[in-house]
Design a protein around this ligand. Structure first.
Ligand code: NAD
Ligand code: MG
Length: 377
């Protein structure tokens, strides 16, 4: 019997990669549900190719309503809890993915999670919901997939430290002054990965790595002192895992999201993938590692500090960043203003535990309002 899969955000970069992986694994998996935000044309083409039982569009307007597509934000939870679905690939960008993840976990599904923002905004709530609902979170993020691949089969007490790698983004060799005035085009020129716009900007500011540190803390249960980051411009080593005896394992490969997506579907098993690009150490060439230059990536430090405070501080960090990145992409603020906005919103924030959905959503809404004021004042 094949395993039923829902893809939330099927029209995005990760969603499209997931469909490419599934096209090569048709004997193991079947696509049961697809959802997207507003790209109805692409979603319709995907629905024609895959004939899932359920297709939903959040912002579809009237035209699609008659075409067999469900419309409105409730389609996300409907797809995530569909009875024929065993695995939910959450490839939505940003806070909009939270309720579907919670609903899937409550319904006991596996969530193959690309949507890291929601683990940052509500890590305690999401991990508790998984425990209580019998659901399972398996990371799609390449660094966290690398960690999971290295620790599978080990006991939790054997794990000592994680070192996540970061490409350093397009501004790695720039001065902080030049970075502050970078244009949207410059920020979107990622050296090694092809991704959606929001995560590409997050990779340029290194906010993405701060989000990933928090993601790793919640996924693997390590304190923040045990989650280090190193800049590795070639993006070949995805993460290092240090064990209590000092031994270090790493997972390596050319940068592609297809492997971590497939692994999130099959974990702890591995299945053959005829389409996977084989690794060649000679072609990979020289691999280099450097420390994170704090002055170049001020938002990264803010994210780590918010992580240490915990609770709604992480929610606030994430929401302020989402708003600032949106304003930057719209050309309304300069690149340097992203970190300044996050700093100002965090300065006035009094953190509390982020244990309930109401608390999380209220902190998220407050931070968004304050970020809009701070960014444009
Ligand atoms: P993307 O912008 O290409 O795609 C986003 C998807 O989310 C689209 O399908 C869109 O329809 C959907 N979406 C957006 N807003 C929505 C809303 N309000 N309601 C419902 N659906 C909505 O982004 P992406 O690069 O595919 O990234 C998706 C997620 O995966 C992000 O959380 C990102 O951090 C994470 N991620 C991406 C990569 C990558 O290589 N692209 C790697 C690791 C993690
Ligand atoms: Mg990553």
């Amino acid at each position: 019997m094949s395993v039923g899969v829902a893809i939330l955000g099927s029209t995005g970069s990760i969603g499209c990669s997931a469909l490419q992986v599934l096209a090569r694994q048709r004997e193991r998996f079947r696509v049961v549900a697809l959802t997207a935000h507003s790209n109805a044309d692409l979603l319709q083409r995907q629905a024609t190719d895959w004939a899932p039982g359920y297709v939903g569009i959040v912002n579809g307007g009237r035209r699609e309503a008659g075409g067999g597509m469900r419309t409105g934000p409730e389609c996300l939870v409907e797809a995530a809890t569909h009875p024929d679905v065993q695995i939910v690939v959450n490839a939505i960008v940003g806070a909009a993915g939270l309720e579907a993840t919670l609903a899937a976990l409550r319904a006991g599904k596996r969530v193959a999670l690309a949507n890291k923002e929601t683990l940052v905004m509500a890590g305690e709530l999401v991990t508790r919901t998984a425990r209580e609902g019998g659901g399972e979170i398996v990371p799609v993020d390449s660094e966290h997939s690398a960690v999971l691949q290295c620790i599978t089969g080990r006991r939790a007490g054997e794990l000592a430290r994680l070192i996540l790698t970061a490409s350093g983004g397009p501004f790695r060799t720039w001065t902080p002054e030049r970075v502050a005035g970078a244009t949207v085009d410059e920020a979107l020129r990622h050296p090694t990965w092809k991704m959606g716009k929001k995560i590409t900007v997050d990779s340029a500011s290194l906010v993405n790595k701060a989000l990933e540190v928090i993601e790793a803390h919640f996924l693997f249960g390590l304190p923040y002192e045990g989650v280090d980051v190193v800049v590795h411009p070639q993006s070949v080593v995805h993460a290092f895992v240090e064990f209590v005896d000092g031994s270090v394992l790493a997972q390596v490969g050319f940068p592609t999201m297809e492997l971590p997506i497939l692994y999130a579907l099959t974990h702890p098993d591995r299945v053959p993938d005829a389409g996977a690009r084989r690794f060649d150490p000679v072609a990979a060439g020289t691999l280099t590692f450097e420390p994170v230059a704090a002055g170049l990536y001020p938002a990264y430090g803010l994210g780590r500090a918010a992580a240490l405070v915990g609770g709604t501080a992480a929610t606030t960090f994430n929401a302020a960043n989402e708003v600032a990145v949106e304003l930057f992409l719209e050309g309304k603020i300069r690149f340097g203003r992203i970190a300044e906005t996050i700093a100002r919103v965090l300065e006035g924030h009094h953190a509390t535990a982020a244990a309930s959905l109401e608390t999380v959503l209220a902190a998220d809404a407050d931070a968004r309002r304050l970020a809009r004021e701070a960014a444009c004042s």
